[in-house]
Design a protein. Structure first.
Length: 289
């Protein structure tokens, strides 16, 4: 009874705090304006910690347990962290390669997006786009995942550290899939504003759920290996840092269809990896209940 109550309160807080923050930018300026973009960056970054705050409150004040029950003081084995750091980059590269091979975009090493951005920046034309891309890629695979982990921990503390672990008594696969669906639905207000799937806001909500089912399975695998929210938090931080890198090298691509890990073509790499986890008997993990 107490377990179900804790999960209910977790969901009420996670959604009740995050959804108003996701909607807050609508009150500031026109769509695409600089003011709205700044507000969205701040509000949506804060929303990422709503699940973490919900996990702490539900654990301490509803379940009556200590905060250490969430695993923050435990790192676990090292290998999951190597997967967490490098796998999102590999999945991004697969998404970009498949986008070109399937004809959903064209390779363009003139870096059109960077050129356009630099043309609007003071003194931007004096710097080679290739240098900018090289610096951005280096940052995305080294320091950016670490910085992003601090924000991503808010989500992973909630979705994997609390929700997944509380659902495990219902069965490992059921817990993974249910937590993935809830995680995807949680993003709905942001997706309806064009995030990740511009031009397809309603369909994008369902597409985000599919993506979160696939990626959530991978994050859950990392969590169950380490028994710590730090492993999926690092993977989440690496994902946020690298998911859009292929777009730098592509042109004429609809990011709903291809070019990013969240796109339909990006799902192929995710599904293939989840399939490998299943057929190699790496998932479900024995004894993880």
């Amino acid at each position: 009874m107490k377990e179900g109550k804790a999960v209910l309160w977790f969901l009420l807080i996670a959604f009740g705090v995050a959804w108003p923050l996701f909607l807050l930018p609508l009150a500031f300026g026109a769509a695409g304006s600089q003011q709205r973009q700044i507000i969205a960056l701040v509000a949506w970054s804060a929303a990422m910690w709503a699940p973490g705050m919900a996990a702490i409150l539900a654990t301490c004040f509803v379940a009556g347990e200590r905060i250490r029950a969430l695993g923050l003081d435990h790192l676990g084995p090292k290998r999951p962290y190597l997967w967490a750091w490098l796998l999102p980059l590999a999945l991004a590269m697969v998404a970009g390669l498949l986008t070109v091979l399937l004809g959903a975009g064209e390779m363009d090493l003139s870096f059109p997006l960077i050129r356009e951005a630099m043309a609007q920046a003071p003194g931007g034309q004096a710097v080679s786009p290739g240098v900018v891309v090289a610096i951005q890629m280096a940052f995305s695979v080294t320091l950016a995942p670490l910085f992003n982990t601090l924000l991503a921990l808010g989500e992973e503390l909630g979705w994997r550290g609390f929700l997944l672990s509380r659902l495990l008594p219902r069965g490992q696969w059921r817990a993974i899939l249910l937590s993935g669906v809830i995680w995807g639905l949680w993003h709905a207000p942001a997706i309806l504003q064009g995030h990740n799937y511009p031009g397809r806001p309603v369909a994008g909500v369902f597409m985000m759920i599919v993506f979160c089912l696939l990626m959530g399975t991978i994050f859950s695998w990392l969590y169950l290996q380490a028994r710590s929210p730090w492993a999926p938090a690092l993977a989440h931080g690496s994902l946020n840092a690298t998911a859009g890198l292929p777009i730098l090298f592509l042109k004429d691509v609809d990011i709903t269809i291809g070019g990013t890990v969240t796109s339909i073509i990006g799902w192929i790499g995710l599904a293939a990896f989840v399939g490998w986890l299943m057929f190699s008997h790496r998932l479900p993990i024995a004894g993880s209940t």
